[in-house]
Design a protein around this ligand. Structure first.
Ligand code: SAM
Length: 279
């Protein structure tokens, strides 16, 4: 008989979010595999749990845990906060366990992404969890451009030191869409800042603590909005003497489209004029 692999959620701030079941499972399994044993030790001490603890993080090979499960030991996997395997270690371990027909059992609880989404005031019926954006600007740009076409709500995790930059990049690619920053969820300084991406980029510096960014999906009507519409407005602005950059910005805001989208359409328009003249 193989053991059971439990994926146990732990609080993301407020210790009262620990579930009775999580405490019971952590007390009764043979081993707890933790992302950071020092961090988890404090949690276990708080709940009077004395189960042996081993380290399991992205650097510790999941194959080290499998022999324990094969021997019949029940293992609980926990991350520093929230649900394991969601932007946290655990997913590779689950894949290997599933491949060996080892029972995997969820012990649900706190999660930053869903806690932020439900309080954001944005559509919760369909969403994409995008996790952390890539570190390199080029890869990030590619990811944002791909996500710009999604009509469902977008959820991002982010580190405080680059939030202003990321919000500005999002405003550039997504346009000034409604968004929400959920900061310090379940903690004393819990805060929800709701505004357009451009306003948020302007307003936010380097907030303390942890946060999630929720962004409204692309509006279905903007997808079908005839290109002439915004190009007409653009051409009227240019005819009235507005410079190209300001006209693009104004049209992007008016139609809730990204400046890049307008810019590309303008380039196409200019090309088509050139082609007509060549003929
Ligand atoms: N597995 C965790 C979960 O289920 O939510 C997520 C872990 S991920 C390494 C950490 C990120 O989650 C942080 O950078 C932040 O974006 C988000 N996060 C975690 N706790 C949070 C909190 N209390 N308030 C806001 N965001 C939080």
């Amino acid at each position: 008989m193989t053991g059971i692999l439990y994926l146990v959620a732990t609080p993301i701030g407020n210790l009262e979010d620990m579930t009775f079941r999580a405490i019971n499972i952590l007390k009764t399994v043979d081993i707890i595999a933790a992302e950071d044993t020092r961090h988890t030790r404090k949690l276990l001490a708080h709940f009077d749990i004395h189960t042996p603890l081993i380290r399991y993080d992205e650097f510790v090979d999941a194959n080290k845990i499998l022999p324990l499960l094969r021997e019949g030991k029940n293992v609980a996997c926990v991350s520093d906060a929230g649900i394991p395997a969601i932007s946290d270690p655990g997913a590779d371990l689950v894949k290997l366990a599933v491949a060996e027909n080892i029972t995997v059992c969820p012990v649900p609880g706190a999660n930053a992404a869903l806690s932020a989404l439900i309080c954001s005031g944005l559509d919760t019926s369909k969403f994409t969890f995008a996790g952390f954006l890539p570190k390199s600007t080029k890869n990030r740009n590619e990811t944002l451009n791909e996500l710009a076409t999604h009509t469902e709500t977008l959820i991002f995790y982010e580190a405080p030191h680059r939030i202003k930059k990321i919000l500005a990049e999002m405003a550039e690619v997504f346009g000034n869409r409604p968004a929400c920053i959920a900061r310090e969820l379940t903690k004393i300084h819990e805060e929800f800042i709701r505004a357009g991406l451009a306003e948020l980029a302007e307003k936010i510096d380097e907030p303390r603590g942890e946060f999630v960014i929720i962004v409204e999906g692309r509006k279905a009507e903007t997808e079908t909005a005839p290109a002439e519409n915004f190009l007409d407005v653009y051409q009227n602005l240019i005819a009235a003497g507005t410079d190209k950059k300001s006209a693009i910005r104004e049209v992007a805001q008016k139609f809730n489209l990204s400046r890049r989208e307008i810019y590309n359409a303008v380039v196409d328009l200019e090309r088509s004029f050139e082609d007509e003249q060549d003929c």
